[in-house]
Design a protein around this ligand. Structure first.
Ligand SMILES: [Ca+2]
Ligand SMILES: [Ca+2]
Ligand SMILES: [Ca+2]
Ligand SMILES: [Ca+2]
Length: 675
């Protein structure tokens, strides 16, 4: 073809707009280039004509002298990048530690569509003030920026990097800086810094102190503990523990599977406290210990320091080392009783709970339940009996009988049990002892030796109670409430009270000192109990201030024993008869003052607001020396009447003493003409 005569240049941004030397336009904008050996075109100098990170394309169209076009072709593309990239240091940590083989590692980033081209790392020994030069493989007085491209790795996406150099000296301190460069040549201005990095080449140490190496254990093993440390300036960070069950083959404990099934070693973090550590709970395995000869386990506790140095696993177990070996045998079965508790509870036979407890390392639990017999004393009287599950037999016949529990739930490692006794099988008013024995049915040699057990009482009868004061329906005073009270041994009284109710159904309230509505505990009058007598008094009773004349009251009394049996006394009503009764004489009646020819009896009436209980008469002869009739003769001298009770036969007193007749040999003692 012929020579190029002219060239048009097109500059297009990512949204399809074209640059016209002053602004972006939607339509193609041919910009005529200067054509020489090469072409060129000034695009104008407008601020912000390019956006950071945006991709631009350059097209050209050339024409020859005949104005033939070669067509528009994409000739170039570029990212306009004016923002610096960034790098960060992820290892070693700021103020942290580095191990002998530790390599400085970090991340890098440039805002799209920029790309990080390299990361430079400066390593300063703060003790000597010198800088490490990877290229020179030496420490120098001048700062050296070491390229990860030259010596290290930059990931394909330029987002991760690592410097290959490890110029560390044990015990030295370093400051490390890193900065990134992008492909447009922009540099990170503010360097990433990891300062005061301590080089720690010294391995930490750890040892297992419990259990001790070579231990042969029948007991539970809930935790492993030991000590660990790291020499300054190093710092202990973790203690990792692995567990190996020796067998054919050996397996490591795998807590994810909750099984001894791993052929690779798996570590669990212990809890560190100063120079000691403990592995417990989730960080300890579920020990298998189902062989009489025991099972061998190896435990390795590996301390790790902040620089990542780790304890090297010893070749064989040794005392006070990081690797021990122990033998775990089946533990002795163990049981406990939770019901009854140790307070010697009292239960009613119909309300007695099931005997209950727990067990460890037991396939079941057996129980010995002994009734002390009527003498209420264990081991005496030849009257003790032991529960068979359906009844009772003499302990002499069955000196070591244990019965199986009725409920056993849980596992060999941890279970709960119950023994239910039907209410009708209990012997009432007796004292009992229950003992439990954890049983390992596979290895009876590991059965529990039972402990002393726990006592309790079955109380089948309510307290016997009866009100003894007030003792009759009418009283001129009531200073004290009394009742008889008893409970059959070994029952024990627990809550006993009187209540006094008035006709308005209100109760004597010891706090308010008046009658109120029922108000616990103030209307319960707790008596003193002594030798089977319950008595209660208060100043208001003693003075009578509590009582209103001629009013009726009812006394209630009850007592509940420790087992909850309640005895309720019959209610006793009484009336305070404080006003005096009146009595009238109907016979003798000397209507005209002329005297009487005979007087076989004296009779009359009596009246009281409430019922009277007695009438007494006194008869005095006024002629001669005045004398009172004594029942047989006029024998009483002096002024004090001789009162004669009308009730004495052959006299007559009506019910409620409203009418009466005194007839007791008076006739023969009356003198004619006498008065
Ligand atoms: Ca950039
Ligand atoms: Ca160390
Ligand atoms: Ca006994
Ligand atoms: Ca009782």
């Amino acid at each position: 073809g012929s020579a190029v005569a002219s060239v048009n240049v097109y500059v297009r941004r990512s949204n399809g707009d074209y640059w016209d030397t002053a602004s972006w336009q939607g339509d193609p904008q041919p910009l005529a280039a200067t054509v020489d050996a090469a072409w060129s075109r000034d695009l104008g100098t407008i601020d912000d004509m390019f956006a950071d990170g945006e991709y631009y394309r350059v097209y050209t169209e050339a024409f020859d002298n005949a104005a033939n076009s070669e067509g528009i072709g994409l000739k170039a593309g570029f990212v306009y990048d004016v923002k610096p990239p960034t790098a960060t240091i992820t290892y070693p940590a700021h103020l942290g530690y580095i191990s002998p083989t530790g390599r400085i590692t970090g991340g890098s980033y440039d805002s799209p569509n920029g790309i990080v081209s390299d990361v430079y790392v400066v390593i300063k020994d703060t003790g000597t003030g010198k800088y490490w030069s990877v290229a020179g493989s030496s420490w120098s007085d001048t700062s050296a920026a070491n390229s990860v491209i030259s010596s290290g790795t930059l990931s394909p996406g330029a987002t991760w990097w690592q410097l290959g150099a490890t110029p560390w000296q044990n015990g030295a301190f370093y400051d490390i800086y890193a900065y990134a460069q992008d492909r447009a040549g922009n540099y990170q201005v503010v360097y990433a810094t990891a300062a005061d990095i301590k080089a720690d080449f010294n391995l930490p140490s750890s040892s297992i102190t419990y259990p001790i190496n070579g231990a042969d254990l029948w007991t539970r093993l809930n935790s492993v503990s030991g000590s660990a440390s790291d020499a300054a300036p190093g710092q202990l960070t973790t203690v990792k523990v692995s567990y190996l069950k020796v067998g054919s083959p050996d397996y490591y404990w795998d807590s994810a599977a909750m099984a001894w099934d791993s052929t690779t070693e798996i570590f669990y973090d212990a809890t560190i406290d100063g120079d000691t550590w403990q592995a417990a709970g989730i960080s300890t395995p579920t020990w298998v210990r189902d062989q009489d000869a025991g099972i061998i386990y190896k435990i390795f506790a590996k301390a790790v320091d902040a620089a990542g140095n780790e304890v090297v696993k010893p070749g064989s177990p040794a005392d006070n080392s990081a690797l021990i070996q122990i033998r775990l045998r089946p533990p002795f079965a163990l049981s406990a009783i939770t019901t009854p508790d140790t307070s010697v509870p009292h239960w009613r036979p119909d309300a007695a709970p099931a005997l209950a407890g727990t067990s460890d390392f037991a396939s079941t639990v057996a129980v010995r339940l002994v009734d002390y017999g009527p003498d209420l004393t264990e081991g005496t009287g030849n009257d003790d009996s032991v529960f068979t599950g359906s009844g009772w037999v003499s302990t002499t016949t069955e000196p070591s009988l244990y019965v199986g529990v009725s409920v056993f739930t849980g596992s060999y490692d941890s279970a709960s049990w119950q023994l239910s006794v039907a209410p009708g099988l209990w012997n009432g008013n007796r004292k009992y002892r229950v003992r439990s024995k954890g049983v390992n049915e596979s290895f009876p040699a590991y059965n529990e030796t039972p402990g002393p057990g726990v006592e309790f009482i079955i109380d089948s009868s309510a307290p016997a109670v009866a009100v003894t004061m007030p003792d009759r329906a009418y009283r001129v005073a009531l200073s004290t409430l009394s009742a008889s009270i008893s409970d059959v041994s070994p029952g024990t009284l627990q809550t006993t009270y009187f209540r006094v109710r008035n006709v308005e159904s209100k109760y004597w309230n010891w706090q308010a000192s008046t009658f109120t509505v029922l108000s616990y505990p103030y209307t319960d009058l707790a008596p003193a109990i002594n030798a089977g007598i319950a008595s209660y008094t208060t100043d208001y009773f003693l003075t009578g201030a509590a009582w209103e004349a001629d009013k009726a009251y009812t006394v209630e009394f009850q007592s509940t024993d420790k087992a909850g049996n309640t005895g309720i006394a019959g209610e006793v009503a009484f009336t305070l008869d404080i006003a005096s009764p009146t009595a009238g004489i109907a016979v003798p009646y000397d209507a005209n003052g002329g005297g009487l020819r005979s007087l076989g009896s004296i009779s009359g009436t009596a009246y009281d607001a409430w019922r009277s209980t007695a009438v007494e008469v006194a008869i005095r002869r006024l002629t001669g020396t005045p004398r009172w009739f004594g029942g047989a003769t006029f024998s009483g001298t002096g002024e004090t009447p001789l009162w004669l009770d009308v009730k004495n036969s052959p006299s007559f007193l009506s019910p409620d003493a409203t009418s009466w007749i005194y007839n007791s040999g008076l006739e023969g003692q009356l003198e004619s003409g006498g008065r």
